[in-house]
Design a protein around this ligand. Structure first.
Ligand code: HSE
Length: 295
């Protein structure tokens, strides 16, 4: 019996659609036990407690890759990450499933292979990469293989997430994205994603607000999220370093200077006046990524 603990993540980070991501100290944990036969899923919503469950289906895909027959399994979920919230809950399930099957097959896969299979299931690399390795990462997929680098961002930043009660499936949030974008919009993002990385590494925060801007996904998605424009406009007039949609949304991420003790209070007061039942949560970066704990 073992436990797999996987951190929440925020993908895209504004202009870095499908490439940038960061892991946080907020976790989903999955206890895995081999049993004689069948499948038991405990601790999750009844509608997910069946063989379509993303952890289990990711396990089955991995057993198939490794040409092994699965035995019975009992999965116990202890989850703190909101479902369909834009904080990488699906990525935690995919990575947990692959890692569970891999452990039951004697750790046949390398970390790089776990990442590759996770990207195949997820369809992009920006959540699964930081969830697996921790920290802030840039990742790309080339001919089926995922390459990544950790970005050593300066210690002067903290993150405050704004979470509404609303759930938004990534599928629906991707459906509004265009097939093609104008060259000037692509150039807009190339500059900003480069600027964002350098500014966060150097701790030179002047350009971060502008560098969080994006023309590839946020403008198309904002209509799906009640209060999005009001909130981002409000944040832009505060001392916050930057604001962006977390992953496919609806969660909104605000970056603050570590010594900023006033902006979060202002945000809370502002959110109380809105209809969307927004909550704030301070998150610290997780540097470790996925962990397996023997029990
Ligand atoms: N990069 C992805 C997206 C993250 O924006 O759709 C959500 O899984």
């Amino acid at each position: 019996m073992f436990k797999i603990k996987v951190p929440a993540t925020s993908a895209n980070m504004g202009p870095g659609l499908d490439t940038l991501g960061v892991a946080f100290k907020l976790y989903n944990s999955f206890i895995v036990e081999e049993i004689e036969t069948g499948l038991e899923i405990l601790g999750c919503d009844e509608k997910f407690a069946n063989s379509n469950n993303l952890v289990y289906s990711s396990m089955l895909k991995t057993f198939e890759k490794l040409k092994k027959d699965p035995k019975g399994v009992r999965l116990t979920f202890k989850t703190d990450i909101p479902v369909s919230g834009g904080l990488g809950s699906s990525a935690t399930c995919i990575l947990a499933g692959i890692t569970a099957a891999n452990r039951l097959c004697g750790d046949a896969l390398t970390k790089q292979e776990v990442l590759k299979y996770a990207c195949e299931i997820e369809g992009h690399s920006d959540n699964v990469t930081p969830a697996l390795v921790g920290g802030m990462t840039v990742s790309i997929i080339n001919e089926g293989a995922t390459y990544y680098n950790k970005i050593p961002i300066s210690e002067g930043v903290k993150f405050c997430v704004l979470i509404p009660k609303l759930q938004l499936a990534t599928e629906d949030s991707r459906a509004v994205l265009p097939e093609k974008v104008p060259l000037k919009d692509a150039v807009f993002n190339v500059g900003r994603v480069s600027m964002l990385i350098v500014a966060l590494v150097n701790g030179d925060y002047k350009g971060v607000k502008l560098a969080c801007m994006d023309k590839l996904h946020q403008p198309y998605r904002m209509g799906l999220i009640e209060n999005y424009s009001e909130i981002t406009s409000f944040v832009e007039d505060t001392k916050a370093l930057g604001v962006f949609l977390s992953g496919a949304g609806p969660t909104i991420m605000v970056m603050l200077k570590k010594d900023d003790n006033s902006t979060e209070k202002k945000l809370k007061e502002f959110l109380q006046g809105l209809s969307g039942n927004w909550e704030t949560l301070n998150l610290e970066i997780d540097e470790n990524g996925l962990e397996i704990l023997d029990m």
